[in-house]
Ligand binder design. Structure first.
Ligand code: NAD
Ligand code: UDP
Ligand code: UDP
Length: 307
């Protein structure tokens, strides 16, 4: 598991250990933290290795989940060249590893490959509307190039690949300062600080609770050999960002007021996954509605802020 000390990676490790697997977590701790995997250090089937995936990696494993990559705009724009390297050199190294070991490899790709979509909701067949030279491009184009590499290793070297197009996911262990909308709004609400809405708050996102996401990703890894994806994994219930802010204020009982700030460059106006293919191929769909998933997420941030 590359990126295993991050938000999604650490949940995926918990689930794989519970299923009886051995897990090697490879992470350079750029945005991930040891806190997310602290509870595993006594676990006999868990091992942590500090390593940057832009460098070659020689280990022996049976399956690879490639999650290493900063995921929030603040973090991936902090060192954009390193972000592209992580996606592209990281993919080459992990694909080289999978090729040597003849093992299955799953790529954590993203709905950002669809950019600011002109087709709504987004099916996997949509090629996207992506700015190649903007401030989000290091992430979007890095992930798109990684997908290209996955499919070329599949065609050229017969590698078994799985590509997951992950849509906005939230839950406990999100980084409190990563600037993503759910973590930002919850932290602001708990501190009774102004809630920062970018633009008029009418842009939409569709939020998937982490447990549902992990369930989908593991099912994807376990699909038959000929199924490569890309496969959308996310929750199709769509909310405006303003509606999210109001729900969080209500659930936290906060006195926070809404403030409107400029919309960042290339911010997608709308996003919702078409998950028909996941329903059909994985017999999967999200179970946790936003109002339910926010409860454990708010509880997590409440504890973090106390600490
Ligand atoms: P995260 O930032 O919490 O986790 C990413 C992990 O990768 C961190 O632990 C970080 O330290 C590690 N990492 C970064 N660069 C690395 C490098 N060069 N070498 C080794 N490790 C490195 O983010 P997350 O939300 O858990 O996202 C995990 C994956 O899922 C990412 O690839 C992201 O693009 C993808 N994804 C996430 C979402 C979401 O909503 N959370 C949506 C779409 C795609
Ligand atoms: N690689 C790795 N671990 C391995 C095998 C390969 O990190 O176990 C890296 C290696 O650095 C190489 C890259 O993966 O540059 C791509 O490997 P591939 O076999 O596709 O290419 P080649 O070695 O022919 O350049
Ligand atoms: N957003 C916002 N206030 C914040 C953080 C984010 O209004 O404090 C908006 C942001 O402009 C975007 C949406 O919320 O329209 C989701 O942002 P996030 O960075 O979480 O994810 P992404 O844009 O990558 O989907």
């Amino acid at each position: 598991m590359t990126g295993g000390a991050g938000f999604l990676g650490s949940h995926l490790i918990d689930r794989l250990l519970a299923l009886g697997h051995e897990v090697l977590c490879v992470d350079n701790l750029f945005t991930g933290t040891k806190r997310n995997i602290d509870h595993l250090h006594a676990a006999p089937r868990f091992e942590f290795m500090r390593h940057d995936v832009t460098f070659p990696l020689y280990v022996e494993v049976d399956e690879i989940y490639n999650l290493a990559c900063p995921a929030s705009p603040i973090h991936y724009q902090h060192d954009p060249v390193q972000t592209t390297k992580t996606s592209v050199h990281g993919a080459i190294n992990l694909l080289g590893l999978a090729k040597r070991l003849k093992c299955r490899i799953l790529q954590a790709s993203t709905s950002e490959v669809y950019g600011d979509p002109s087709l709504h909701p987004q099916p996997e067949s949509y090629w996207g509307n992506v700015n190649p030279v903007g401030i989000r491009s290091c992430y979007d184009e890095g992930k798109r190039c990684a997908e290209t590499l996955f499919f070329d290793y599949h065609r050229q070297h017969k590698l078994e690949i799985k590509v997951a197009s992950i849509f906005n996911t939230y839950g406990p262990r999100m980084h409190p300062a990563d600037g993503r909308v759910v973590s930002n709004f919850i932290v602001q609400a708990l501190k009774n600080e102004p809630i920062t809405l970018y633009g008029n708050g009418a842009q939409t996102r569709s939020f998937c609770y982490v447990d549902d996401l992990i369930d989908g990703v593991i099912r994807l890894m376990d699909t038959p050999k000929d199924f490569t994806g890309p496969l959308n994994i996310g929750n199709p219930s769509e909310f405006t960002i303003k509606a999210l802010a109001e729900l969080i204020i209500e659930q936290t009982g906060s006195n926070s007021q809404l403030v409107f700030l400029p919309l960042p460059q290339d911010d997608p106006r709308q996003r919702r996954p078409d998950i028909s293919r996941a329903r059909e191929r994985l017999d999967w769909q999200p179970r946790v509605p936003l109002a339910e998933g926010l409860k454990p997420t708010i509880a997590y941030f409440r504890e973090r802020l106390k600490a």
